[in-house]
Design a protein around this ligand. Structure first.
Ligand code: PEP
Ligand code: MG
Length: 583
């Protein structure tokens, strides 16, 4: 039994068998085998070749249909390598002669091919090294069962353990069968963590080295509320965690009873509690958790995992469905926020040293007006079918906001000329997630109807803490006084200009911090649907005056630690059983 502690990113307890995925480097195990095992290893090799061939034929067909024959022909070279008799015979010979497992035999032979090809003085043949690398990687993945595609074709419930999971892995995985996930790297507001919360599956990240310690099939307990995992637990541990899992379900059942009650303080001050989504199919969960609407629809997921860009019509249909499904509540559609830890496979963007500070989000959209306008037109068209608001991510100065609004105006003019209807009064907002935007929020407020504070990024940029880096996750502190001052400044500037102010980062999902936000005057809190009932419960347990007093006192303190300690102690006096249960 091994117990490890990482960063808790999605609450709940799961107990199940591990499915181990590897990162980029497939480390090939060398295992000595007996003579009796030789036929089995040869069969495994042949099966892996057959499977790889079928995969390649599938890819070739798809590329040929989508991009034409000239592009699909490159896979002919891959297929030829697969059929190379010398290679196949060499591998079989090594299995028999060296008595090693197929992976090791194959890897040894293929290394010799690399070396031989790299020395050749013919550019065309030298380029075939890349093909051999690609094909050998596929064969090894098929031999070791490490292909990330297996996340799509799952048949049994598993806990996925991996060095890392990208947002596109989590987006494609079969959500019915993944009961938890655990990664070596990542921080609390990485998009993989956010996705775990949206999918309501327990997750722990930043468990350095776990993917090297475990094997597929090992039993694992994942405590996503405390950030603990136990590999190959003893019976007593399993029993204890089964009890925890039951308690967690009961607590949620109790919280679900709040679903239809208002999110308002004891003295009837209402706060809009909304939910964040990445996919339209999360709407039933949004409704089930009693959200007042969708405060952030992350549309970039629509662009991930595909070889082309979504058309205006495709986007229109998707946004329209969200607008109609959430009606009579409203949805805030955020325009494309590509970059950071979210990359689009369909756009070959240059590699950047600092993607979080790079050519991303609104910066990208203002440079690629074609892509931006297509999305704006689709959003506008959908606005006709319910209550839709729009907001721009990563605004860093007034000019950017004005340019975005100008392009929106052009999109409206185009639609009007084409007699295509849209909501002419659609509210427009700016996300405030860069400290510079918070500091000039008085000027920004003149251009919009609302602000939505993106605390995930605001904290990252204000504290210079990469939000996906587990090594510095201890510095990622939402209660840092600098963050509270920035938030207060945005709320005050917004209100002074008649602009309502919400927040859509994960910070609002922490019941203690949500009270602080209410005390600072926030009008709306949007966060993962899963945590909304907890937030509603604490908001309903205090008065606005109490929240304001807490916020005022907290703002006088000098560190995030002091602020959290103060809040916990005060709330323990005010609502003891609630704080015990919820934290
Ligand atoms: C944020 O930055 O707080 C936010 C809500 O946006 P995202 O997490 O998608 O960057
Ligand atoms: Mg952000």
């Amino acid at each position: 039994m091994i117990a490890m502690r990482g960063i808790p990113v999605s609450p709940g307890v799961a107990i199940g068998k591990i499915l181990l995925l590897h990162g980029e480097d497939l480390s090939v195990p060398r295992v000595t085998i007996s003579e009796d095992d030789v036929p089995r290893e040869i069969t495994r090799f042949e099966d892996a070749l057959t499977k790889t061939r079928a995969e390649l034929l599938g890819i070739r067909r798809k590329i040929s249909q989508e991009l034409g024959r000239e592009h699909s022909d490159i896979f002919n070279a891959h297929l030829l390598i697969l059929e190379d008799r010398t290679l196949i015979e060499d591998v079989i010979f090594r299995i028999k002669e060296d008595r090693v497992n197929t992976e090791s035999a194959f890897s040894g032979v293929i290394q010799k091919y690399f070396q031989a090809f790299s020395k050749i003085d013919d550019e065309y043949l030298r380029e075939r090294v890349a093909d051999i690398k690609d094909i050998s990687r596929r064969i090894l993945q098929n031999l070791m069962g490490h292909s990330k595609d297996i996340l799509v074709d799952l048949k049994d419930k598993v806990v996925v353990v991996s060095h890392d999971l990208s947002p596109s892995d989590t987006a494609t995985m079969n959500r019915e069968y993944v009961i938890a996930f655990v990664t070596d790297i990542g921080g609390p507001t990485s998009h993989t963590a956010i996705m775990a919360r949206s999918l309501e599956i327990p997750a722990v990240v930043g468990l350095e080295g776990i993917s090297r310690e475990v094997a597929t099939g090992d039993l694992i307990v994942v405590d996503g509320s405390r950030g603990i995992v136990v590999v190959n637990p003893d019976e007593e541990t399993v029993r204890r965690y089964r009890l925890e899992a039951r308690k967690y379900v009961e607590l949620n059942r109790e919280l679900d009873r709040l679903k239809d009650l208002k999110a308002e303080t004891l003295d009837h001050h209402g706060v809009d509690l909304s939910a964040n989504i990445e996919f339209p199919d999360e709407i039933p969960s949004v409704i089930a958790h009693g959200a007042a609407g969708i405060g952030l629809y992350r549309t970039e997921y629509f662009y991930l995992n595909r070889g082309d860009l979504p058309t205006e019509d495709e986007q229109f249909q998707a946004y329209r469905k969200v607008v109609e499904d959430i009606y009579p509540n409203s949805v805030i559609v955020r325009t494309l926020d590509l970059g950071g830890d979210k990359f689009l496979s369909s756009l070959e963007l240059p590699y950047e040293m600092n993607p979080f500070l790079g050519w991303r989000a609104i910066r990208f959209c203002l440079a690629r007006v074609d892509i931006f306008k297509t999305q704006l037109r689709a959003i506008l068209r959908a606005s006709k079918y319910g209550k839709l608001k729009i907001m721009y991510p990563m605004i860093c100065n007034l000019e950017e906001l004005q340019q975005a609004n100008q392009i929106l105006l052009e999109a409206k003019e185009e639609l009007s000329k084409e007699n295509i209807p849209f909501d002419g009064n659609m509210e427009v907002g700016a996300m405030i997630e860069i400290p510079s935007a918070a500091l000039v929020s008085n000027a920004l407020a003149k251009e919009v109807n609302f602000f939505s504070i993106g605390t995930n990024d605001l904290i990252q940029y204000a504290l210079a803490v990469d939000r996906v880096n587990e090594k510095i996750a201890y510095l990622y502190e939402p209660a840092h006084p600098a963050i509270l001052h920035l938030i207060k400044m945005v709320i005050d500037n917004g209100h002074a200009n008649g602009v309502w102010v919400g927040t859509c980062g994960e910070m609002g999902g922490d019941p203690l911090l949500a009270i602080l936000l209410v005390g600072l005057g926030i009008d709306e809190i949007s966060t993962s649907p899963l945590v909304l009932p907890k937030v509603k419960k604490v908001i309903r347990a205090i008065t606005l005056t109490q929240a304001q007093e807490l916020a005022n006192e907290a703002m006088k303190l000098n560190t995030g630690h002091q602020i959290k300690k103060y809040l916990t102690e005060r709330l323990k006096e005010m609502i003891p059983e609630l704080i015990e249960n919820l934290s």
